[in-house]
Design a binder for this molecule. Structure first.
Ligand code: HEM
Length: 508
């Protein structure tokens, strides 16, 4: 028999459903009448969508017309994340319009948390999380017996990368706090999954009604993020005031956000939920709570999801190409110098491993974690493809990097093409101004500021995984790896990689 609380919950849900249904039925009628009365029915049309998959055309517009192609759509996801009457947008770097606020936010990230001079300080952090990943996988293998075992690697890699990123973001606040970090990770994973599925709600109240539980869960992620992040921000402020922070020499991203003052140029604070809490000083202000949540969520999500996607795709290809795997292992083990079981390969050595670099580039070419770039173009004088009234432009990164006119056997995983003498010698992760062959980190004004850090995370974990373990397709699926992509916001493998893994003899 259902309990009283279950009955109560069901009744509440029915009432909510009924209310939502009524609101949806009445809203269009009321809005329509008001619109006609005031003579302001929204006639704004969606801009036409233009898709560009030719690399030469992409270079022309993104580089030669960089200013015109420097804005993303106002809402990045198919539906807005913050609801209600807020008049101030709660921007992250990705969503901010090209202008002073975007510049201040991006400059803060690149000159602080992502500055290359920081990379060398990351050694102890990487060693800690590489060692824990190696230990986790070794335990799984041991549980499988016979010196090897079938492992689904994605979640363990995700935990390790997120561990590093959370520490860069929050510093000592998350040290020794494994349960909270796991809970925060689950919220971020749920959020990323939800935005990948948000297309079902886009532009239709009926869809929101039909999928109302999912819709409610989707909106709930924002609140859950705030519930994790804002107390950490307050605690950080408290510890800074009392002078007891010890972050091992790395200034966490949250500190830079607390200290940041951004231009207060929209002057539109009336009725804003956060306006009362903001400190405004001579047209520069502190960040609102909403902005803090957006920026922290962006840092955690952007740094983790793309890196994990790239590591998993690379492992999938290495598992099916033993000769490439062996060659890579030889290169990683070759220089010696890195010591101890599961220890990370140092930043300096990672820079000197051309084949590892080529493997990562080839993985990003075939499976860019972000499949297309978005731009909102209002005026683009001299660009014939964009009509006078402007357009939404999508750059299809994946198609570009598999174009048969630019690449030989474009669907083949062949890292050698990036080595000296190969067809893509000198092609980097971020394109230069003269030519675009591939752009997994985007291009133009809005290219990814985390490209250097992202490459480093991928190389560091991939190097350790290949040095310590041998990878082969799991036999229980006929020894076949399914390379189908999931149709989400980030392009991960639809079926998470199941690999037969055993410890390498030289690593034992
Ligand atoms: C393998 C790792 C990564 C990949 C493949 C990747 C890919 C991308 C792509 C394709 C874009 C859009 C660029 C454009 O529109 O031209 C982007 C933007 C961005 N990424 Fe990354 N990213 C990675 C790692 C990171 C990391 C570590 C961070 C650090 C926080 C980061 C932060 C951002 C931000 C803030 C933007 C928005 C930039 C702006 O609008 O100015 N990403 N990323």
């Amino acid at each position: 028999m259902p309990s009283a609380s279950a009955c109560m919950k069901e009744t509440m849900e029915s009432v909510q459903l009924l209310t939502l249904g009524l609101a949806i039925t009445l809203f269009p009628a009321v809005y329509w009448r008001r619109g006609i009365r005031r003579g302001r029915r929204d006639t704004a049309k969606k801009p036409p969508l233009i898709e560009i998959s030719d690399s030469a055309a992409a270079r022309t517009v993104l580089i030669d017309h960089a200013d015109a192609f420097s804005n993303r759509p106002l809402t990045l996801f198919p539906v807005a994340l913050v609801t209600g009457q807020r008049r101030r947008r709660s921007d992250s770097i990705s969503s901010a319009q090209y202008g002073p606020l975007w510049r201040a936010l991006r400059c803060n990230l690149t000159s602080e948390a992502l500055h290359p001079s920081r990379f060398d300080q990351l050694g102890p952090l990487q060693r800690e999380f590489v060692a824990s990943l190696v230990a986790t996988l070794s335990a799984r293998i041991a549980a499988g017996g016979d010196g090897g075992g079938v492992v689904v690697v994605r979640d363990d890699v995700h935990a390790a990368v997120f561990g590093v990123v959370a520490r860069l973001c929050f510093g000592e606040l998350v040290v020794g706090n494994a349960r909270d970090v796991l809970a925060m990770r689950r919220v971020m994973q749920g959020f990323v999954r939800a935005i990948g599925e948000a297309n079902v709600f886009a532009g239709s109240w009926l869809a929101k009604l039909v999928h109302w539980r999912r819709w409610r869960r989707f909106l709930g992620y924002r609140g859950q993020q705030a519930a994790f992040f804002l107390p950490l921000v307050s605690e950080r402020e408290r510890r800074r005031r009392s002078g007891c922070c010890n972050d091992g020499g790395i200034r966490p991203y949250v500190d830079t956000l607390i200290d940041l003052r951004v231009p207060d140029d929209d002057g539109d604070n009336d009725g804003d939920d956060d306006a009362g809490k903001m400190h405004v000083d001579a047209r520069r202000r502190t960040l609102t709570d909403d902005e803090l949540v957006s920026l922290l969520s962006e840092f955690l999500g952007a740094s983790t999801e793309s890196a994990v996607s790239c590591i998993e795709w690379a492992l999938a290809h290495l598992a099916t190409k033993p000769e490439v795997q062996k060659k890579l292992r030889r290169e990683i083990a070759g220089g010696g110098g890195d010591h101890g079981e599961g220890s990370a390969v140092s930043e300096e050595r990672l820079r000197g491993l051309p084949y590892l670099h080529a493997v990562v580039l080839e993985s990003l070419r075939l499976h860019p974690p972000v499949p297309f770039l978005m731009r909102d173009v209002v005026h683009a004088e001299g660009v014939a493809t964009v009509p006078a009234g402007g357009a939404r432009v999508h750059f299809l990164i994946r198609d570009m990097a598999r174009d048969g006119k630019d690449w030989t056997d474009p669907d083949e995983f062949r890292p050698e093409r990036f080595l000296a003498g190969g067809e893509a010698e000198g092609v980097g992760a971020v394109p230069g101004p003269k030519e675009i062959r591939m752009m997994p980190f985007g291009a133009g004004r809005r290219y990814c500021p985390g490209a250097g850090m992202g490459m480093m995370h991928v190389k560091c974990f991939l190097a350790a995984l290949v040095r310590e373990f041998e990878w082969a397709p799991a036999a229980d699926r006929g020894g076949v790896v399914d390379f189908t992509e999931l149709d989400g916001f980030f392009k991960v493998m639809k079926t998470p990689l199941r690999a037969h893994v055993k410890r390498c003899m030289q690593a034992m």
